[in-house]
Design a protein around this ligand. Sequence first.
Ligand code: ADP
Ligand code: G6P
Length: 500
Amino acid sequence: MKEWAASRWMPRKLILVSNRGPYTVKNVNGRRQVERAVGGLVTALEPAARSLPTVWVAWAGSPCGETSCSPDEVSEFAWEQVTLTQEEVDKYYGGFANQALWPLCHYFIDKCRFDRSHWDAYTWVNKKFALQAFRHTTGNSLIWVHDYQLALVPHYLRSYGAANIGFFWHIPFPPPDVLGILPWCREVLRGLLGSDVIGFHVQQYVDNFLRCAETLLNLNVDYDRGVVQYHGRSIRVVALPVGIDASTYAALGKRSDTLEAAAAIRQKVGTGMVALAVDRLDYSKGILERIEALARFWARYESYRGRLSLIQIAAPTRSAVPAYRDLRRQVEEAVGRINGLFGREDWVPVYYYYRSFPQHELAAYYTAADAALVTPLRDGLNLVAKEYVATRQNDGVLVLSRFAGVVEELREAVVVNPYDADGFGTKLKAALEMPAAERRRRMQILAERVKQRDLEWWLGSFITLLAGKETGEVLVKRIGKSKRAVAKLSGELLEEAARA
Ligand code: ADP
Ligand code: G6P
């Protein structure tokens, strides 16, 4: 921030507000351990935080009492932790956010649990976040709130007198007949409408939101311009799919240490072909369905036994929520069963890693993989698909679910229905047997598109909408420099965590 103060033009202060912060602080046997958080949101926001004078208001990632967490020295930007009690975490995060909104927005209605006390905690914690963020506002600061855990924050901020409020919803937004199932659907919509600009990944979610505003709140909506009239204000609603730091992945894919690590992965697996999947261990990701589809594939196409292995990397997530604990058990059982059924002395069908990897190691897995299987049952966007494409550049095949938001941008992928195991197998075979020239052609188109709409494009576009061209341009210029620092720091932190 000192650097900014010395410059001629003072950029506007950015107040980022998200539930998940850039790092998770854990207390391991009395020792404070800091780990980089996993997930699309953090991946997307960190470069912005390093590029404008930023205060990032977020939860520390583990329940802490008043004293056990303190602001961290690892981040260059100001990271202010919102302290939540165990009960608040259980009800607001484990309860309403992840047992009501998350399953509902991903169309898993049977997994939804609507509980009044969870809703009460959600409103209370949203207020807490809003108050803490509001304390940082100055005359022309920008506030950018993120995701479904904090849908009410824009409303509270506005009621305290704040302005220049942006919101980005990182998961699918359902149509009125699905959102309408939620007993507090109107409050959630009104909460979001405290914003000036609301972003979603794809046009379908924008349309769903506009229809919800019209039918559930009786508001005036302009579908062509993407505008909702609310309390005398015009709220812009836009589709802006999050981008990735494409140039860093492209560079990683070419580095000699990545190529060596990729060769070592292939040698360890020992098969002619490697398929890769990288996800948080979330039921929306279709991990179980994918593993079962592969089992069907090996049963059906004998020649692929001993010739194709799947590497499934699953990052731990939300393990206090019963559905996630159940999923972990089911996935581990399925991997054990399938390896027992098909495995041979010289061949392991499924390699399963339940942990996080630093970016450069993920890049080695991307480089080693003949095919990436990104086959969620429902996904707001999916950054892993973009990371694979950006790393490979001109080889490899992307097998992509038609229910991932990113399919709108990555149409040259081999598109599958993850619910249809046989159809999945047929398409997978075609993908693995695709002529090399066709594989390269598709991958080059995909890589170019990922590069065009990268992270800088996304951050610059949203900030421009919220704050005007000048601030958007300054942000984009600064990102290049800061993202190198992020990559280095992330690697170091994970290595440190692994050693601990
Ligand atoms: P979501 O946001 O639902 O987790 P995305 O695919 O959009 O899904 O984003 C996931 C992000 O987390 C990507 O940047 C990906 O590289 C990262 N990630 C996923 N699994 C792992 C893992 N096991 N280790 C490290 N990073 C991971
Ligand atoms: C998705 C959500 C994010 C969330 C991330 C990781 O990307 O959109 O809001 O941070 O998953 O989940 P977690 O519950 O660990 O924050």
